[in-house]
Design a protein around this ligand. Structure first.
Ligand code: PCA
Length: 218
């Protein structure tokens, strides 16, 4: 139905020598689905620093989503990572797909140092665990393009789109990627799809989060 409210779901092109990106596969699979009476609108973002702001702004303007979930690949992580914090910092370990490698730059000059996800991450983690899907809270989305998308999204939601909630989730490598990286964890696409569907349903159903411990000690 055309007048269903939208969920904006973003993923990334491949990068860093990979041929696929699980976040892209998830978005292509879920694009057009109805979840919790909301229509999923998928968008694939370039792994590039320069266009992030303009692209996200255009997507928000066009679809006016109630909920935004940005997805990215996190090689080395074995669980679906529910990101808590976006930092106003780029420190690129590798060049982006345009060949740019900014070091120690602000993402948005004059903006806060960090934003928190506005998604009910602990409720989402509990839902995923109930389904037998590995999921964990994460305190860092890194300092590369994923963190930038998370930060710009959070900044736009805080300053221009306060009626929408949003956040970022990192997913592990797919098994077909992990075979080229011995010892690295991976997760099947079916499991990721079930996890993202459940996370979105949970975010729509829970305006506020569970009050359970989720922190870490050093
Ligand atoms: N992961 C990278 C950028 C694109 C992606 O899928 C990151 O974690 O920054």
């Amino acid at each position: 139905m055309i007048d269903e409210p939208a969920i904006l779901l973003t993923g990334f092109e491949s990068f860093g020598g990979e041929r696929i990106n699980p976040s892209r596969e998830i978005v292509l699979a879920l694009d057009g689905e109805t979840i919790g009476a909301h229509r999923v609108v998928g968008a694939i973002l370039p792994v590039a620093f320069s266009p992030t702001h303009v692209l996200l702004e255009a997507l928000l303007e066009e679809h006016r989503p109630r909920l935004v979930l940005a997805l990215g690949q996190a090689g080395g992580r074995g669980e679906i990572s529910l990101e808590r914090v976006a930092v106003n910092l780029i420190d690129a370990r590798i060049a982006d797909n345009d060949g740019l490698q900014p070091i120690d730059e602000a993402i948005v000059e004059g903006a806060p140092g960090a934003y928190f996800s506005t998604l009910p991450l602990k409720a989402m983690r509990a839902r995923l665990h109930d389904l037998g899907i590995p999921a964990a809270l994460s305190l860092s989305a890194g300092s590369y393009v994923c963190n930038q998308v998370f930060f710009v999204l959070a900044h736009l939601l805080a300053t221009r789109w306060p009626q929408a909630r949003g956040g970022f989730v990192h997913v592990p490598l797919l098994p077909e990627q992990a075979v080229h990286h011995p010892g690295q964890p991976s997760m099947a696409l079916e499991t990721m799809l079930a996890g993202v569907r459940a996370a979105l349903e949970c975010a729509l159903a829970n305006g506020s989060d569970l009050r359970v411990a989720g922190g870490t000690t050093c």
